[in-house]
Design a protein around this ligand. Sequence first.
Ligand SMILES: *Cc1c(COP(=O)(O)O)cnc(C)c1O
Length: 222
Amino acid sequence: MSDIKKNILELRKTVPSHVKIIAVSKTKPITAIREAYEAGQRAFGENYVQEIIEKQPQLPQDIEWHFIGHLQSNKVKNIAPFVSYIHAVHSVKLLQEIEKQAAKNERMIKCFLQFHIADEDTKHGFDTSAYKEELSGVNWSEFPHVEISGVMGMASFVENQKQIELEFEKLTHIFQELKSSIFKDNANFTEISMGMSGDWPLAVDKGSTMIRVGSSIFGSRL
Ligand SMILES: *Cc1c(COP(=O)(O)O)cnc(C)c1O
């Protein structure tokens, strides 16, 4: 059995069944993705627009593609024809562009609102203290081709487990707050996308429903 297959089967045994695994295949070749596919994996995550649009046509059409990287508005049109989920929606302006391109393609795209939970300027997302004002001013009926599925965040890249834990807790708290206010009538607002190879057990412990795992499946990236 290939390592990739083994890693996936092992991961499935460890991850609780209510948590969905997104296999993050960025920088990895088509052959590696095929191996994961043959192990039954269908949800794949990519970070770069150029890369995902090159890979997608070469792979089985029943793959569920998750765009998990930082997305610029002018590139939405390139992925809108096929992408199922966009995880890192960091602004209302980006959401408006996703709506426009999803409508053009007569599709529905599932989106996660990204929150800036880390203590690092390089990460993106809505501000965790100012988001309420911004999001409650939005007319959500103007996005018929977008399904707001939940929230997404990335913890700081640090050794300190306590800090990571607090950041994940913060995201779960924001999710609950939104679920009981702005999105209380949205039955699709159910997911918390948090946790990667290094920190997913902690994320699951803190309420994650979707983990994005790359190196633990495909090996480290150079
Ligand atoms: C690369 C990446 C992952 C996966 O990282 P690993 O540590 O390899 O599991 C998850 N989420 C995002 C947003 C990423 O960019």
